[in-house]
Ligand binder design. Structure first.
Ligand code: ADP
Length: 623
């Protein structure tokens, strides 16, 4: 981040945008905060005003009836104000609970609505990391915005109230008999006093803001150090690395990064420590000292005028209180604006993230609901390059999926099998060519409806530390019978019998101590059961048996026809023996389909890739 501060207009634009973002999503939260802040800023003046009247009456007229009336008025107004304050604060607390959660919900909403292609980009991950880092580090970014507006609002009201009660201080005249003190009646003395007070009030928060701006200047080095720490410093936290760390003492390779972080970034040689010893510390110190001078001057001016007879004791109390409020209001305003300006620099990545456009065309055609599952999908001359990549991951692929049949997609690693599936599910759009569903380009369909026709078990599927049934159904309410049925079909029946609470058993121990740990193979079976529960017309298994033991693998193959039922099934594997049962096999090589046919016809083609792969693998498998 550059050392140049952001322009005021840019800062206002960014903050207003964040304010409206909150307002659109959480209007009650914003309103309750603003109402409370105005109320809290204005009500103290009622007390100040009535107290001054009481003191004046005590020092002057001493009329018991009037005194009683004034005291009653002070007490009743105080009680009403306290009651309304409690009500407003309750309203505010109700709507402000979980602000952190609400901000994260805004980020998640954007992430989920984002095109997969953008979600997959490195810049998206980087922005998300920066935003969360700034948030977690010292609360910079979206979290700070409403606080800034509150501070501005409260300061303006404090200022206006303070000025209203202070004006008479400068207007009230010292009587002529006060001799030399009549100089205080000269307009210049008031102007001079106001000028000095304003200057001092201005300097303190400006210096304090300047001190805070050093956070923004050092954020890049802090972010990098935090990122390194998040990985190397916290190696012991990751469950996945626990075994490797012990086996290879990987903590040793982290020492250098951790030492550098400790000493050069967060320690005494770090940028923040340098700023703290230098300009940042100086600004903070002078800012505090200047505030004390202000208080001294206020007392001197007010007391001199009272001494000279310009007003009584009650007014002294009122003026000291109200002028202090003017100063608090003004420095609050300057410091709030400065803080909003510092924070605006942290809103830039936030809005870069929110502005990531959705460029994939979203059609509106509904996908016809067909009981006969006759959904015909065809790739027509499809080629594809990943964004930012020079090379084609798929080249001129043409294929028609036959309804209700089993198709195997085979090929070496990197030949384009997974990319082919990602295009079929429209996670990406083809660079050239088109994909058709029942003769219509899939881009023209409503995307959510199009996704409903696929169940996919990706290689890197995720299960959650929730109940087994919730994982299978991807929801909190589910049909237990269907969950059990899907698990049985996926080969999980025996293990299910051992689970203490059946489909209600929690997976892993993160949220429930009676949760069960499951092996990679078991996790894969649950993922397959989840795909079956969705009961979509297409079922796609991407290397589904990679983590299964040979017995479980054989079991899945044997039952695959039963598992897939009347669905169109696509089965991806680089293990050819697992594809023999399929009606049709297509062979991918360097992004293109180079062969297709049944196992027998392909193995018979001695010059083909399939024949070569088959014989290369045959030594590991018995036919
Ligand atoms: P397979 O599933 O057959 O192992 P993939 O479809 O994963 O192959 O990969 C096909 C090609 O696309 C490979 O060259 C791979 O490096 C490249 N590739 C895969 N994912 C990405 C990505 N997100 N960005 C850029 N290139 C990618």
């Amino acid at each position: 981040m550059s050392k140049k501060s952001m322009s005021w207009s840019e800062m206002i634009k960014l903050n207003n945008r964040a304010f409206y973002l909150y307002f659109r999503h959480y209007p009650q939260m914003v309103l309750s905060r603003m109402v409370c802040v105005m109320w809290d800023a204005l009500t103290p003046y009622v007390g100040i005003y009535f107290s001054a009247l009481v003191i004046d009456e005590l020092a002057g007229g001493k009329d018991a009836g009037r005194l009683r009336f004034l005291v009653m008025l002070t007490l009743v107004s105080g009680a009403v104000i306290a009651l309304l304050s409690a009500l407003f604060n309750k309203w505010k607390e109700t709507h402000n609970a979980g602000l952190w959660w609400k901000v994260n919900a805004l980020l998640f909403e954007k992430l989920l609505a984002m095109d997969y292609v953008s979600r997959d980009e490195a810049r998206t991950a980087e922005l998300l990391f920066i935003i969360r880092q700034n948030q977690g580090g010292s609360g910079w970014g979206l979290h700070r915005v409403l606080g800034g507006y509150e501070e501005v609002c409260s300061s303006v009201f404090t200022l206006v109230g303070g000025i209203a009660l202070t004006v008479s201080l400068f207007v009230s005249r010292v009587p002529e008999r006060a001799g030399v003190y009549t100089i205080l009646n000269h307009p210049l003395s008031a102007v001079l006093m106001i000028a000095v007070m304003l200057t001092i009030t201005y300097i303190a928060p400006v210096l304090s803001n300047k001190a805070n701006s050093y956070w923004a200047f050092s954020v890049q080095s802090l972010n990098l150090a935090n990122r390194l720490y998040a990985f190397f410093g916290a190696l012991g936290y990751h469950r996945e690395t626990a075994a490797d760390v012990r086996m290879y003492r990987q903590d040793k390779i982290c020492e250098r990064s951790n030492r550098e972080n400790r000493e050069n970034t967060f320690g005494s040689k770090g940028l923040m420590a340098k700023y703290g010893r230098g300009p940042m510390g100086l600004c903070n110190a002078v800012s505090s000292a200047v505030s004390v001078i202000f208080t001294g001057m206020v007392y001197a001016f007010v007391c001199l005028k009272a001494w000279a007879g310009a007003f009584g004791l009650g007014a002294v109390a009122q003026y000291i209180a109200s002028i202090t409020k003017v100063s608090v209001g003004m420095s609050g305003l300057i410091s709030a604006l400065g803080d909003m300006r510092n924070n605006a620099a942290f809103l830039v990545p936030v809005f870069e993230f929110f502005d990531i456009p959705n460029t994939m065309y979203q059609g509106s055609l509904t996908v016809e609901k067909r009981r006969d599952r006759k959904y015909e999908v065809e790739f027509r001359n499809v080629s594809f390059k990943y964004p930012g990549s020079e090379n084609y991951a798929l080249r001129n692929v043409s294929i028609k999926f036959e309804i209700g049949r089993r198709l195997a997609v085979v090929g070496m690693n990197g030949s384009g099998k997974t990319t082919f599936i990602k295009l079929l599910c429209r996670l990406y759009d083809p660079t050239e060519g088109e994909i058709l569903l029942n003769g219509i380009d899939i881009r023209k369909y409503n995307y959510a409806e199009y996704m409903m026709i696929f169940s996919v078990v990706f290689q890197d599927f995720q299960l959650f530390a929730l109940k087994l049934g919730e994982n299978v159904a991807s929801g909190t309410s589910y049909d237990r019978g269907r969950v059990r049925d899907s698990l049985e079909k996926a080969g999980f029946a025996e293990r299910l019998l051992e689970l203490p609470d059946g489909v209600e058993t929690y997976l892993y121990k993160d949220y429930d101590k009676s949760g069960v740990n499951i092996s990679g193979g078991e996790a894969q079976k649950i993922a397959i059961a989840r795909a079956l529960y969705k009961d979509a017309p297409f079922i796609i298994l991407d290397e589904p048996t990679a983590a299964l033991d040979p017995v479980a693998e054989a079991d899945i193959y044997a039952k695959f026809n039963e598992i897939a039922g009347d669905k169109t099934a696509i089965y991806i594997s680089h293990r050819l023996s697992s594809c023999k049962f399929c009606d049709m096999i297509v062979v991918f090589h360097e992004g293109a389909i180079i062969q297709q046919g049944t196992h027998d016809s392909l193995v018979a083609d001695e010059n083909g890739k399939y024949h070569e792969l088959w014989h290369a693998q045959a030594q590991y498998y018995t036919e």
